[in-house]
Design a protein around this ligand. Structure first.
Ligand SMILES: [Zn+2]
Length: 816
């Protein structure tokens, strides 16, 4: 009996541990034999939080577009969890160079790409182990886990897979369960890639996550991904180019972590690679953004993704299963935590050093320009915790962004001044500097993103210290005081103005706009200025109220006018003053289009402009009566050569001739150019007679000669073209490739003029520069009673090129 009791005591800890259910026990199937739907993942995390309230806190930090919950799990020892807020404050004191913190913060982010679906499964095993067998790692650590950054995308994949899979699952790569189709689960609801959105914060998931992220600024951040089925596994250290702000320690510690992973992978006989493909430059990734925030930011890539399902045969005949994929991400997750637990002191010392080194050049950025654009930028900076002030009326010398040369600029009370000598100075430098230094031109993403160009502001980067005053938001009052005016006038030069107009059209207000500049009561109004006349809206009972509300909602200044008889220019009743009413807009979706490019348009209408659209899928496009729509948008994509048959082109042309307005973007322009009757012509390319006898190993370097990896170019603008209303010269465009079209016979709104084919920022290869010389960027063509608008570059790219959005709004509203 005695003997029996003592052995029971020996067993007791195991019995207690066994009370906490593993993911397999909780879910009722062995982890890796099914995909777990998001609500089940949430259930498991909630179960753990209920069972282990002293060691795990679950935070519901937001919701997705499709109303799925976004969660963070905080785990550590019982005594650490009691002091979680003190630990966080001590960590943030370290940023300021104060205190002596002795805890490290590790943040693990899973499933940012929805169909890279293994990582959420792995997260459940990882958190279970951190609460049980690996709990010793947590003595001096807080681990923060986001089990699924992109629940809408993940469930899109998982539900699709469950519907289409064979039973039992079929490893034949040709079977449907390995072919997801156009509406894939990679991106979020609006088809945005959340792993390109950390810096621009266009999406609700990113906005809500970053609020929490900035409260913690972890020492280590891992973003779990998947790559192609035939690639084994990628982990840190990353590939070149590294941004120059990345410290020696950040480089070195990536190596430390990578070597620890390698130890486990070697022991298991698993393959992996490092230092290839995934670089550290573009700031909007889940590895670079944390790196520019002082952490060790890393991407881990398992082979698999949306193709792999529960199991698939790869090209060398091996079977890759979901269980294998879980094992690998589970191993690197735990190994990361292990390395951090052994380096707590070092992580803290180096983190402090990162935030203390603030001798950056340039020291200050001065920004001037349109108040709406400055306000939009200030909004973004607020979300990043980047501080700014205004100027104190003095001129400074430095690099002038507009002229791309040294010059001077005045910093006034209307300017924004951003210093690199601040807590978020590294991030400020990366986002604002005119050019990122490239250690290598072969990169995974765009090489230029400088915010002054993206927001269309005059800017100066200076090494001088700048006298500053605190920023105060505008105290102007909005609405309409004089409710009996003949008309109300508003300027037209920003995305905010477009939102205001969209609101009025939604509310059935009739709005006029000026095609010629005019002056009235001593004020000058440019082309595009809005004229809202009472008599136009006499049938609208609550006209005054609608106008007053819209002015307040969009902080839009309206100037009352008591006459339509202008001092200079065209009177309000002139045929040069165009009438706008509610518009019916359709957007093509499906195979010819790119999901990302379609998604940018969808998001633009529903979440930025707030204007309704109809989505027409290509599968039934031929049956749709286009006469029901005023505007048809063809998003960029690769599939137009097969979609744009003569029949489809005839249908579209016929509709345009009768008064329709077609907006063709990127690849859609390629499709139209092959058809008769459109004025757009591809630029002929003279073949270079370069030698074919290059060494075999130089092919990647050769390829970059014809590449433009997201570079910024100065353009020429015809500000009298309706497509360019509200713009001033110059406009800086973000070019994503070498698509090249000749100038139109008329209607060239934005183009590269002679000598403008060298980027002001970013990389363009020598052949590509020749190809894009003197080509069209945005243009309009009259066709019968309608119009065709060509957009060779993409002003809506990733939703962050703020200064391009008005071109798109002009295409909708001003070209008539
Ligand atoms: Zn990914």
């Amino acid at each position: 009996m005695k003997k029996f009791l003592s052995s029971l005591f020996l067993l007791l800890p195991f019995i207690l541990l066994a009370q906490l259910k593993s993911p397999s026990e909780f879910l009722g199937y062995e982890l890796g034999t099914q995909f777990t739907r998001h609500h089940q993942v949430v259930d498991y995390y909630q179960y753990l939080a209920q069972q282990e309230p002293s060691r795990l806190q679950l935070m519901h930090y937001g919701e997705t577009n499709e109303r799925r919950p976004l969660l963070l799990a905080f785990i550590s020892t019982e005594s650490n969890m009691k002091n979680l807020e003190e630990i966080r404050n001590a960590h943030l004191d370290n940023v300021k160079g104060e205190g002596a913190p002795n805890m490290a913060i590790v943040w693990l982010s899973y499933n940012v790409h929805g169909n890279e679906s293994v990582s959420t499964e792995a997260s459940m095993q990882t958190i279970y182990d951190l609460l049980t067998s690996k709990k010793d790692y947590l003595e001096d650590l807080v681990v923060i886990m986001d089990p699924c950054i992109n629940p809408d995308g993940r469930d899109r994949y998982v539900n699709w897979y469950n519907q289409y899979k064979n039973t039992p699952y079929n490893v034949d790569p040709n079977s449907k369960e390995h072919h997801e189709g156009w509406w894939s689960g990679r991106s979020n609801h609006y088809m945005f890639d959340l792993n390109r959105d950390w810096a621009w914060l266009t999406q609700v998931e990113s906005q809500q996550r970053l609020k929490q992220y900035n409260k913690w600024l972890p020492h280590v951040h891992v973003d779990f991904h998947e790559q192609g089925v035939d690639n084994p596994y990628y982990f840190a250290p990353a590939a070149e180019p590294y941004h120059e702000v990345i410290t020696d320690f950040q480089r070195e510690f990536q190596e430390t972590i990578g070597k620890n992973h390698a130890k486990y992978f070697d022991a298991n006989g698993w393959f992996y690679f490092t230092k290839e493909v995934f670089d550290l430059l573009y700031p909007s990734y889940g590895d670079t953004y944390p790196t520019y925030s002082g952490g060790i930011g890393m991407t881990y890539e398992q082979g698999g993704s949306g193709r792999a399902g529960l199991g698939i045969i790869n090209s060398i005949g091996d079977t890759l299963t979901l269980k294998d994929r879980i094992a690998h991400h589970h191993t690197t997750g735990l190994s990361t935590v292990e390395v951090a637990s052994k380096n707590v002191g070092r992580l803290n010392t180096e983190f402090r050093k990162f935030y203390q080194q603030k001798n950056f050049r340039p020291q200050h950025f001065i920004l001037n320009g349109n108040p709406d654009k400055l306000e939009a930028l200030a909004n973004l900076l607020d979300q990043h915790g980047i501080e700014y002030n205004t100027g104190s009326n003095a001129s400074y010398k430095g690099f002038n962004y507009t002229t791309s040369s040294s010059g001077s600029l005045r910093a006034s009370k209307n300017s924004l001044v951003v210093s690199t000598d601040q807590t978020k100075g590294t991030l400020a430098k990366v986002l604002f500097e005119p050019k990122a230094k490239l250690s290598d031109s072969v990169t995974y993403d765009i090489t230029a993103w400088s915010l002054p160009y993206a927001y269309g502001l005059d800017a100066l980067a200076t090494e001088s210290s700048v006298q500053q005053s605190p920023y105060e938001s505008s105290k102007e009052t909005y609405g309409i005081a004089n409710t009996n005016s003949y008309a109300y006038l508003a300027d037209w030069n920003s995305m905010k103005d477009a939102k205001f107009l969209a609101e009025l059209l939604n509310k059935k207000v009739r709005v006029r706009y000026a095609q010629k500049p005019f002056s009235l009561d001593g004020a000058n109004y440019d082309r595009g200025s809005l004229i809202i006349v009472r008599a136009d809206n006499k049938n609208l009972g609550d006209f005054t109220q609608i106008l007053d509300n819209a002015s307040k909602k969009y902080t839009k200044k309206l100037t009352p006018a008591n006459t339509g008889f202008v001092d200079n220019g065209k009177d309000f009743g002139s045929s040069y003053v165009e009438v706008l009413q509610e518009l019916k807009i359709a957007v093509l979706s499906g195979e010819p289009t790119s999901t990302l490019r379609f998604g940018e348009i969808w998001h633009f209408f529903e979440q930025q402009l707030n204007y309704p659209i109809s989505v027409l899928d290509e599968s039934y496009f031929n049956r749709v009566d286009l006469s029901k729509y005023d505007i048809l948008i063809l998003p960029d994509g690769w599939g137009y050569y097969s979609f744009m048959t003569e029949k489809v082109a005839e249908k579209i042309k016929d509709w345009v001739n009768k008064g329709g307005k077609l907006i063709a973007m990127g690849g859609a322009v390629d499709g139209l150019a092959k058809q008769k009757g459109f004025g757009i012509k591809e630029k002929e390319q003279k073949k270079d007679s370069t030698s074919n006898l290059q060494a075999f190993d130089t092919s990647e370097r050769e390829y970059i000669k014809s590449a433009i990896t997201g570079a910024i170019f100065k353009t020429t603008v015809d500000t009298t073209n309706p497509l360019a209303y509200g713009y001033e010269e110059p406009y800086f465009t973000l070019k994503l490739g070498d698509r090249s079209y000749n100038y139109l016979e008329g209607g060239n709104a934005v183009y590269l003029a002679e000598g403008q084919n060298t980027p002001v920022s970013g990389f363009a290869g020598s052949d590509a520069k020749k190809k894009i010389a003197e080509t069209l960027i945005f243009g309009t063509e009259r066709m019968g009673r309608g119009h065709v608008i060509y957009m060779i570059d993409n002003p809506l790219f990733r939703g962050f090129w703020e200064n391009g959005k008005l071109f798109f709004a002009n295409a909708l509203f001003m070209v008539n």
